[in-house]
Design a protein around this ligand. Structure first.
Ligand code: NAP
Length: 321
C-alpha cells in the first residue's frame, strides 16, 4: 500500500509518499481500499503540529475516507467484501491507498455516489449542516458566512439557502464568482478595506441574524453587524492568525441586542451524524447539494497543502490514491 507521511511537523515539504505491505483486517475490523481521501484545513494544523489530537510525528494525515471493503475481519456481520463505506478517522491515516477501520465506525454509502462527493460531505458537510442547525438558521434570516468558497463554507452557502436564508458570503476577490455560482445572494471581498460597511449596506436596518465564522479574528468588524437576537457561531480558527479579542463594547451590545455567541465542535456532536448524513447523502443523490471537487493523486499531497494554505483553492479537495 501507499500512504503520505508527515516525517515531522512543519511545512508542506514534510509530506512524502511511502510504501509498505498492505495490512490485514483484524477482529472486528475492515480493510478498505481508499477511493477518495478528503483533505481538511485541520490537516494543515496537524501537519504544523498545532492539532492536539495528533501530538507527535511521523504520522499520516487525513481525517476521512470513502472506498470499498476489500477484507472483513472476524466477527463482522454487517459488512461484506465489495461494500462501499466511508469513515471519519479522528487520529488521521486517511491519505493512503488502504486503511483498516473498526467496522463499528464504517458508514455505508450508496454505490451510485462518487466517493469524492461522499468525502466532501463528511467532516466539512457535517460541520456545515450541524453548525447551521445549532445556529437555528431559518427562512428570512440573513446569514454572513466567512471563507464562503471553502470546504465548509461552500456547503454552508447552499444549505443556508435551502433553509430560505439570505446568504452574504465573504471570500477573496478571485473566488467571488464561484460563491455567486453557489447561490449566495451577495458576495463581498473581505480582503478589501470597507468590506464590513458593504455587508451592513446589504443587510439593511435589521442587520445580520447569523454570523457563521471559520476565521475567529473578524470580531471587531463583524460583531457590530449582528442584529437583534443575532447568533455568532464560531467553528474554526486560522493557524497563522491570532484570535482578535471581542470589542470592548461587546458585553453591553450583547445585552442590548440579545446576542448569543456559541462554539461548534463536530467531535462532540457524533451522535447527530447518522441522521445528518442521511440527509446529506439524499441531497447529493437528488442533486440539490453540489460538492465542487478538485481531485489530485496521492503523490500531490504536499503540493495540495501548499495551495490550500496559500488560499488558492475552492470547494472540496480530495486525494485519489
Ligand atoms: N469545529 C469543528 O468541528 C470543525 C470541523 C471542520 C472544520 N473546522 C474548521 O473550519 C475551518 C474551515 O475548514 P475547511 O476545511 O472548510 O477549510 P476552508 O474554509 O476551505 O479553508 C481554506 C479557505 O479559508 C480561507 N482563509 C481565510 N483566511 C485564511 C488564512 N489566513 N489562511 C488560509 N486560508 C484562509 C481562504 O478562503 P478566502 O481566500 O476566500 O478567504 C481559504 O481558501 C477550519 O478552521 C477548520 O479547522 C472545524
Amino acid at each position: 500500500m501507499k500512504y503520505a507521511e508527515a516525517s515531522k511537523f512543519g511545512g508542506p515539504e514534510v509530506l512524502t509518499v511511502v510504501e509498505k505491505e498492505t495490512p490485514t483486517s483484524g477482529d472486528g475490523m475492515l480493510l478498505v481500499e481508499v477511493q477518495a481521501a478528503g483533505i481538511n484545513y485541520t490537516d494543515i494544523a496537524a501537519r504544523n503540529g498545532s492539532y492536539p489530537a495528533i501530538p507527535k510525528a511521523p504520522f499520516t494525515p487525513g481525517l476521512e475516507i470513502a472506498g470499498i471493503v476489500r477484507e472483513v475481519g472476524k466477527g463482522v456481520e454487517e459488512f461484506k467484501i465489495g461494500d462501499t463505506v466511508a469513515a471519519i478517522t479522528a487520529l488521521g491515516g486517511g491519505y493512503a491507498s488502504h486503511l483498516v477501520i473498526p467496522a463499528a465506525t464504517a458508514i455505508p454509502f450508496p454505490k451510485l455516489l462518487d466517493p469524492a462527493l461522499v468525502a466532501g460531505v463528511l467532516v466539512q458537510g457535517l460541520t456545515a449542516y450541524l453548525a447551521l442547525d445549532q445556529a437555528q438558521v431559518k427562512r428570512g434570516d440573513k446569514v454572513l458566512i466567512t471563507a464562503a468558497a471553502g470546504g465548509v463554507g461552500s456547503l454552508a452557502v447552499q444549505l443556508a439557502k435551502a433553509k430560505g436564508a439570505t446568504v452574504i458570503g465573504l471570500a477573496s476577490e478571485s473566488k467571488v464568482n464561484f460563491v455567486k455560482g453557489l447561490g449566495a445572494d451577495h458576495v463581498i471581498d473581505y480582503g478589501k478595506p470597507g468590506w464590513a460597511a458593504k455587508v451592513s449596506e446589504v443587510a439593511g436596518s435589521e442587520g445580520v441574524q447569523v454570523f457563521f465564522d471559520s476565521i475567529g479574528d473578524l470580531a471587531s468588524e463583524a460583531f457590530p453587524l449582528l442584529g437583534q437576537f443575532g447568533r455568532w457561531i464560531i467553528y474554526g480558527l486560522r493557524i497563522d492568525k491570532h484570535v482578535a479579542p471581542l470589542p470592548a463594547v461587546a458585553p453591553s451590545v450583547m445585552i442590548g441586542k440579545n446576542l448569543s455567541l456559541s462554539g461548534f465542535n463536530l467531535g462532540i456532536n457524533l451522535h447527530r451524524v447518522p441522521s445528518a448524513l442521511k440527509e446529506l447523502f439524499k441531497s447529493l443523490m437528488d442533486g440539490s447539494l453540489k460538492v465542487e471537487v478538485s481531485k489530485y493523486p496521492l503523490a500531490d499531497a504536499s503540493r495540495v497543502h501548499t495551495l490550500f494554505e496559500g488560499r488558492k483553492t475552492t470547494g472540496k479537495l480530495v486525494l485519489v490514491p
